[in-house]
Design a binder for this molecule. Structure first.
Ligand code: FAD
Length: 390
């Protein structure tokens, strides 16, 4: 039986970066994952293009991680989003910035990022075992003993990067929380975060339409970001971010043209008064949405009564939508809650109670917005957990 210096359970972004860092520090490193391929969840981010990081400032990064982002100051002082960008550039993988400071590989392919991480692990001599599900972890003496169905692995240092509990089909089924509990570490309640919203909206008709930078609001929470109409309601960053403040039974408001005031829209209707209303609105909105906004209004802007004009402007700028619920944890993008941060040394990500036991990535009680914030947290905590701190 080979004894490793460091074993990592979970080959998502946190685990792969932890393996790279650990091997860079000269550790004999083993990375285990139960899937056939590494980075299954990462592959699906950014619509399959891999939203590998976010190039915002430190303050923007922390603000993009509403679930305990402040815990990451020490981590980011060791390895941050600029280090992620440099890491990939140094290995010949160019990244590009898109809206909202989101970074993607210029190839627009997740496989570029995943292969880049895998190549680096191989170059550094990391042993990678896929299709290996760990079912128990014990520490009878000073070594961790891990068991799969038919193998045993041993090391003095264990890094747990098993992810949260959302999208369990990608492998993240909460095993890391069981490890934490086994070692008597507290785990905060697990909840859905970045959840798509179910609404009473006429889904079928608008399904598939995506909008850039619209405003969704609920009480004092006003979010301007991209939105996607789905068969069940609303998804995309605007809906997902608002999901922190609603659970079902609330009315939220949609402004599809936040950059235009009501006065500007009134002038626009006047300018196009002789056109078909639907053709006028098509200049501002996708065709199917323009048709939806024309429902129950006269054919041409010039035929609108004062009241109808007001109603149309109100619909465009402030349309009420009833939220009937939000997606459950397995169908939400991110898990809120996880290994309690007071259990963890913020400089090393090692358990304060169990020497040699580290946690990184979404298994921790840290959750960010989609847009690269979770992946940044995973890659940076992975690097720090894998590092040796002298
Ligand atoms: C559809 C979707 C889109 C997303 N988009 C974005 C986005 O745009 N921006 C963003 O920042 N975040 C996004 N996220 C969230 C982001 O992908 C996760 O936060 C991130 O992948 C977490 O990384 P991780 O390494 O901690 O865990 P994971 O990526 O979940 O990896 C955990 C790994 O551990 C393995 N594992 C678990 N248990 C065991 C076991 N017992 N034995 C062996 N292996 C095990 C799993 O197989 C898995 O490969 C998205 C999530 C989803 C589902």
């Amino acid at each position: 039986m080979t004894i490793y210096d460091t074993i990592i359970i979970g080959g998502g972004p946190a685990g792969m970066m932890a393996a790279i860092s650990s091997a860079t520090y000269g550790q004999k490193t083993l990375l285990l994952d139960k899937n056939r391929r590494l980075g299954k969840k990462l592959a699906g981010t950014g619509g399959g293009r891999c939203n590998v990081t976010n190039c915002g400032t430190l303050e923007e990064l922390i603000a993009g991680i509403p679930g305990n982002g402040r815990f990451l100051y020490s981590v980011f002082s060791q390895f941050d989003n600029q280090d992620i960008i440099q890491f990939f550039e140094d290995r010949g993988i160019k990244l590009k910035e898109e809206d909202h400071s989101r970074m993607f590989p210029t190839t627009d392919k997740s496989s570029t990022i995943i292969q880049g991480l895998v190549n680096e692990m191989k170059r550094l001599g990391v042993t990678i075992l896929t299709q290996t599900e760990i079912v128990s972890v014990k520490r009878p003496e000073k070594l961790f003993v891990l068991k799969s169905a038919d193998q045993t692995f041993t090391a003095p240092r264990l890094i747990v990067t098993t992810g949260g509990k959302s999208y369990p089909s990608t492998g993240s089924t909460g095993f890391g929380h069981d490890i934490a509990r086994h070692f008597k570490l507290e785990v905060t309640p697990l909840e859905a975060a970045e959840s798509p919203l179910m609404t009473d909206f006429p889904h079928k008709r608008l399904q598939g339409i995506s909008l850039d930078d619209v405003t969704l609001s609920y009480k004092k929470h006003v979010i301007t970001h991209d939105l996607l109409f789905t068969h069940f309601g609303l998804s995309g960053p605007a809906a997902q971010r608002l999901s922190s403040f609603v659970s079902g039974g609330e009315t939220i408001y949609l402004d599809v043209l936040p950059l235009k005031t009501k006065q500007e829209l009134e002038a626009f209707l006047e300018e196009h008064r002789d056109k078909l209303l639907k053709n006028a609105l098509k200049l501002l909105l996708p065709e199917r949405l323009a048709e939806f906004y024309c429902d129950n209004f006269p054919e041409k802007p010039k035929q609108l009564s004062h009241k109808e004009r007001e109603q149309l402007l109100e619909k465009l700028k402030n349309m009420p939508i009833s939220v009937t619920g939000k997606m459950s944890l397995p169908k939400s993008f991110v898990t809120k809650g996880g290994v309690k941060l007071t259990e963890i040394n913020p400089k090393t990500l090692e358990s304060k109670k169990v020497p040699g036991l580290h946690f990184a990535g979404e298994v921790l009680d840290i959750n960010g917005h989609t847009g690269g914030f979770n992946i940044t947290s995973a890659l940076c905590t992975g690097w720090v957990a894998g590092s040796l701190h002298f």
